[in-house]
Each structure stands twice: as structure tokens, then as C-alpha cells.
Design a protein around this ligand. Structure first.
Ligand SMILES: Cc1cc2nc3c(=O)[nH]c(=O)nc-3n(C[C@H](O)[C@H](O)[C@H](O)COP(=O)(O)OP(=O)(O)OC[C@H]3O[C@@H](n4cnc5c(N)ncnc54)[C@H](O)[C@@H]3O)c2cc1C
Ligand code: FES
Length: 275
């Protein structure tokens, strides 16, 4: 039986089970929660850091036995407070919220950068269980910042898929951006679906590559979030609430909001500001 809205919205207190450092600025936190372990790839949760704030996070691993993970970059007050936590410390979670990636058949390409790789890892895991063929392009500034690479390589090796890495300084894989690598692949080969998550400038380029090569696209967007249940309007992009109609958007939806997508987000007061 699926969970009720009341259960999903209820703040559940859980202990951090394990913490793994992924890079100088990113850590993965594993915790137990029954509803999170039933989430679909692409869905997100709201994480309450006691006495600090509540912030949206993708699930970077959705396990059996109630175990899930989030992979968090230390960028500000709440994420820094989370980074100070130790295994055994308490956090709160509610969700999972939002829509999820739709699994495609055929030849798929996943393009991710930075912590955008987080929701793409469970997606790759699900695609690996399906008949789809998967090419994964992972980008970062340097080798040290390439996240979840061992896990992605292990997933893709099970199905004879390909992992291509792109670093801006050339310290791992090709020198350049993930979008340079995807451009070369799309030029050479026919794909049936593009999945992307990462910095919005990267997803914006992927949107145009998808348009140019006429491949459907699913992109997971980030916006400021407060309620996560579609009431407060903090997460608007055009007419869409990222927490409800997203976070995963199709090319068709992104065409509708192309005045904002890749250009503006809203700040804490609701005012549009440049990305
Ligand atoms: C659906 C969703 C999934 C996310 N998944 C992840 C994830 O898997 N890993 C991860 O590290 N982060 C993820 N984020 C972003 C994360 O929520 C923010 O980094 C966090 O809220 C910052 O909080 P803070 O108090 O540490 O920083 P703040 O002091 O609030 O902000 C630090 C900087 O980040 C910017 N910022 C804050 N929130 C957002 C946002 N939602 N989108 C874009 N910029 C923002 C601020 O403008 C500021 O420049 C996700 C966001 C959304 C909406
Ligand atoms: S976060 Fe409140 S409407 Fe989306």
C-alpha cells in the first residue's frame, strides 16, 4: 500500500547511520527511513538540521532495508551544519516529494555535473535493471570533485554501459565540460533519451543539444524551496512549481519557461535574480 500524504509530510526524526567524504566539499550521509527507501529516482526530501534550517536534498542512494543516502555539498549555513554532524546525530526528514525520472527504453545518455550526479546515480541503477543501454557522462572541475565515480563505474560495468568523465583541468577523462563530451556523442550516435542534472548552465546547454539532435530530455531542476508541497511559491519557474510539477522537467515544459530557465531564479523574497 502506498504511503498517505500525512505520513509523507510528517517530519520523521532519524539518526545519521554513516558519513562518507566524497570530495573536499562533499559528504554522503546515510540514514534509515522507510518512506525514503521507497522513493523513485529523481524525487527529493526535505532535511531538517535541528536549530538551523530545513533544506531540499536529492536522494543519491535508495536502498532496500530502509536505508537511503544524500550527497551534500557544503555551500552555506545549513549544509555546513550538516557537514559538522557525526554518525549517530539526529536529523529530520520529510518526503519524498516531487515527480521522478521516467524510465526510457533504448539508447539513453545521462549527463551530470557536481552534486547533480546525486539523483542520477539511482536512475542509472534502475536503468541498469531495464533493457535500456546507458552512457553516463560525469563532469567536474577536477578529479577530486568527480563524485560517486566508483559506484557509477560499478553500476555501468554490470550492463556493459559506458562511463565517460570530463574535467575542466583534464585531471580525469577528457579535458573540458560534460557538455563537450555529450555534444560529440550526440553528433555520432542516435539516442532515445537524455537525462541531466547539474549546474543550470550545464542543463541549459543540454536542453539546446536535445533540441538540435531531436532527442527527448528530462532535466532535474533546483530552486529555493520552503514548503515542498506546492503552497508557498518559493520554487516557481514560470507557471511551474519545481516541488510539485518537478523537479524533473521535459523539453516540452522547459520550452514554456525558456525566458527563465538558465537565466533567473527567485531569491528568498521571491524576486527574480540572475543565475
Ligand atoms: C530538488 C532539490 C534537490 C537538491 N539536491 C541537492 C543534492 O543532492 N546535493 C546538494 O548538495 N544540494 C542539493 N540541492 C541544493 C541544496 O538544497 C542547497 O545547496 C541548500 O539548500 C543550501 O543551503 P545552505 O543553508 O547551506 O546555503 P544557503 O546559505 O541557503 O545558500 C548558499 C548558496 O546556494 C544557493 N542556493 C541555496 N539553495 C539553492 C537551491 N535550492 N538552488 C540553487 N541554489 C541554491 C544560495 O543562493 C547561495 O548562493 C538541491 C536543491 C533542490 C531544490
Ligand atoms: S517550495 Fe513551496 S511551492 Fe514549492
Amino acid at each position: 500500500m502506498s504511503a498517505s500524504l500525512t505520513e509523507i509530510n510528517r517530519l520523521r526524526i532519524t539518526r545519521i547511520h554513516e558519513i562518507k567524504r566524497e570530495s573536499p566539499t562533499v559528504k554522503t550521509f546515510t540514514f534509515h527511513d522507510k518512506l525514503c527507501s521507497k522513493a523513485r529516482p529523481g524525487q527529493f526530501i526535505m532535511v531538517w538540521i535541528p536549530r538551523v534550517d530545513e533544506i531540499p536534498m536529492s536522494l543519491s542512494a535508495i536502498g532496500s532495508d530502509w536505508q537511503s543516502s544524500m550527497t551534500v555539498a557544503n555551500v552555506g549555513e545549513a549544509t555546513d551544519a550538516l557537514h559538522q554532524k557525526k554518525a549517530g546525530d539526529l536529523i529530520g526528514v520529510r518526503g519524498p516529494y516531487g515527480n521522478c525520472f521516467t524510465l526510457a527504453k533504448g539508447n539513453t545518455i545521462i549527463v551530470g555535473g557536481g552534486t547533480g550526479l546525486a539523483p542520477l546515480a539511482p536512475l542509472a541503477e534502475e536503468l541498469a535493471e531495464s533493457p535500456a543501454r546507458v552512457t553516463f557522462v560525469a563532469g567536474a572541475k577536477t578529479r577530486n570533485e568527480l563524485l560517486l565515480l566508483d559506484r557509477l563505474t560499478a553500476i555501468l560495468s554490470r550492463i556493459d554501459g559506458t562511463v565517460i568523465t570530463a574535467t575542466e583541468d583534464g585531471s580525469h577523462g577528457i579535458r573540458g565540460l560534460a557538455t563537450d563530451a555529450s555534444q560529440q556523442l550526440l553528433e555520432k550516435k542516435q539516442f532515445d533519451m537524455i537525462y541531466t542534472c547539474g549546474p543550470e548552465a550545464m542543463m541549459y546547454k543540454m536542453f539546446f543539444q536535445a533540441e538540435r539532435y531531436e532527442v527527448p530530455l528530462q532535466a532535474s531542476l533546483e530552486r529555493l524551496m520552503r514548503c515542498a508541497i506546492g503552497i508557498c511559491g518559493s520554487c516557481l519557474i514560470g507557471r511551474f512549481r519545481v516541488c510539485r510539477e518537478g523537479p524533473v522537467f521535459s523539453s516540452k515544459q522547459l520550452r514554456e519557461v525558456k525566458e527563465e530557465f538558465g537565466r533567473y531564479r527567485r531569491d528568498g523574497t521571491g524576486k527574480k535574480c540572475s543565475l
